[in-house]
Design a protein around this ligand. Structure first.
Ligand SMILES: Nc1ncnc2c1ncn2[C@@H]1O[C@H](COP(=O)(O)OP(=O)(O)OP(=O)(O)O)[C@@H](O)[C@H]1O
Ligand SMILES: [Mg+2]
Length: 178
């Protein structure tokens, strides 16, 4: 089976600040130059137009991610490589996306919460500590680590480029990219 001719979904999950957006921005041009059609879907941007009314409760997060999963499924079945970068803290959401998408690659973007807090690229951890932001994953909300991710990248020691290369190498090994 030559999976490289088909679309697939690279689903990046991890704590806020773990590196999902940074890695997807490096991955996108690398996949494009291989001749693949690539569509990046990033949590921050997608939520604005897809789920503007939803909050960050478990119920609303799952509702939002079910919609995201269906977009991923539609794109990937039409030959597009989707890079989905979402905190997606609950296994149920990720498993739902997997269950409706034949070519699903889960990538656990792993970093200790203390490190994510010190990076705090959007200042959200600070706001959560001050009580301004509620339902903050890693602080006041859970993050369920994947048990069965196809790929795990530890971003605590490697540079973003290295993490992106690790993902590409694994995608090649799994037969998803030429
Ligand atoms: N190996 C690495 N991979 C990715 N990011 C890294 C790595 N090492 C250090 N970083 C840094 O960590 C930060 C990750 O921020 P980024 O916005 O990508 O996280 P995120 O997972 O998208 O968070 P959020 O869920 O809040 O959108 C950046 O400042 C990035 O430069
Ligand atoms: Mg991000």
């Amino acid at each position: 089976l030559n999976k490289s001719k088909e679309g697939f979904v690279i689903w990046l999950t991890g704590l806020p600040g773990s590196g999902k957006t940074t890695i997807s921005r490096i991955l996108e041009p690398r996949l494009t130059e291989l001749g693949l059609k690539v569509e990046p879907l990033d949590g921050d941007e997608v939520r604005v137009w897809l789920s503007p009314g939803e909050a960050f409760t478990r119920e609303d997060r799952e509702k939002h991610l079910r919609r995201v999963a269906h977009i991923c499924q539609l794109l990937s079945r039409n030959g597009v490589v989707v890079i989905a970068a979402f905190v997606s803290p609950y296994r149920t959401s990720r498993d739902y996306a997997r269950s409706i998408t034949p070519n699903f690659v889960e990538v656990f973007v792993k970093a200790p919460v203390e490190l994510c807090m010190s990076r705090d690229p959007k200042g959200l951890y600070k706001k959560a500590k001050e009580g301004v932001v509620k339902n903050m994953t890693g602080v006041s909300d859970p993050y369920e680590e994947p048990w069965d991710a196809e790929i795990v990248v530890d971003t605590s020691h490697a540079a973003p480029e290295t993490s992106a290369e690790e993902i590409l190498a694994k995608l090649r090994e799994l037969g998803f990219v030429p």
